[in-house]
Design a protein around this ligand. Sequence first.
Ligand code: ADP
Length: 406
Amino acid sequence: MSSSRILVLNSGSSSVKYQLLDMADSSRLAMGLVERIGEETSRLKHTPLTGDGAERERTGPIADHEAALKAVAEELAADGLGLDSPELAAIGHRVVHGGLKFTEPTVIDDAVLAEIERLVPVAPLHNPANITGIRTARALRPDLPQVAVFDTAFHTTMPESAARYAIDVATADEHRVRRYGFHGTSHAYVSRATAKLLGKAPEDVNVIVLHLGNGASASAVRGGKCVDTSMGLTPLEGLVMGTRSGDLDPAVIFHLARVGGLSIDEIDTLLNKKSGLIGLCGDNDMREIRRRIDEGDEQARLAFDIYIHRLKKYIGGYYAVLGRVDAIAFTAGVGENAAPVREAAVAGLEELGLAVDGDLNGVRSDEPRLISPEYARVKVAVVPTDEELEIATQTYALAALAGKNS
Ligand code: ADP
């Protein structure tokens, strides 16, 4: 295959994020974001990454995903990177929910698309937008391989003991209620990159990955395979997040409905959009929360403490699940940038072989790095995630294979 460009699309309900990569050297050629699709105030931000081109912005109504992708194609064409180029090898799509069926990245055909649609009831917020993105891209370049890379795929190796909720089995199966986990592309990439940082093969290391962005999840990875993760049927379970509550007693929901008189939709919005850090202190940006703590703000302090307490419970829990831990890896916006979060999450865990070196923790860098002192039995790492590169890598590998077989 002489063509080596991959377009990565992450389609949300009213947004499309994209990157164009050249897999000959894994370099990024362009990236951008279309926001508020379907509104009067749509915006496209395009950043060319070759030459000295500056960021460009378009504002004004973009009616739907088809119009959005056309606008993206025009911006890329203006940089000499048009989507009609023979250089484009394939398009990779982030798909949030792959259920139990999709354990690997998959070349999309009509049957695969139908299966992704069948999963809409368990991912009503995400899969419909992903499907729209796929349909639009297929219409634009029907000749190209299009690959779905699933957020859930990495977690399909979880044993039933971790994946099942302790509820009636027949009811659970009828409604496909189980723990699927999300952020899998990031957990896969970061656990592999952590093994590399330790100079070992992924098969030889056990890692706890803490993906702390606005959404946040932890995973326990044994020898390169996920054995537990903190998100469940939906991305609501687990850690305290920017706007999501994470774990709570399910009876809180009955209580809010019966005693508080809230509707199911109101509770859904409360737990997904008005809880977590924003619910606790009114801010979901860790920088702002740290600034308020430095000014002596008690509410921000408590929000931070609750966030850290939950994180510690997962570190301890996954330590026990794995039995032996070689490294803990922090990633995503908070994990990569917030040194106080890393320090507080590991504080007091010396008996478990865990420690953070204050100086190393304070260093800012885009490179994977260790922040534990030399003597620490369990290494603590900061490993920047790169979900787009991971999607492009997997898409390119499959497209090359599809090319050989055709
Ligand atoms: P997502 O992809 O889930 O939207 P990101 O991984 O981009 O989220 O993380 C976004 C979050 O990262 C922000 O809400 C903020 O809390 C945190 N963040 C970003 N930069 C910093 C920083 N320099 N210091 C502390 N926190 C940061």
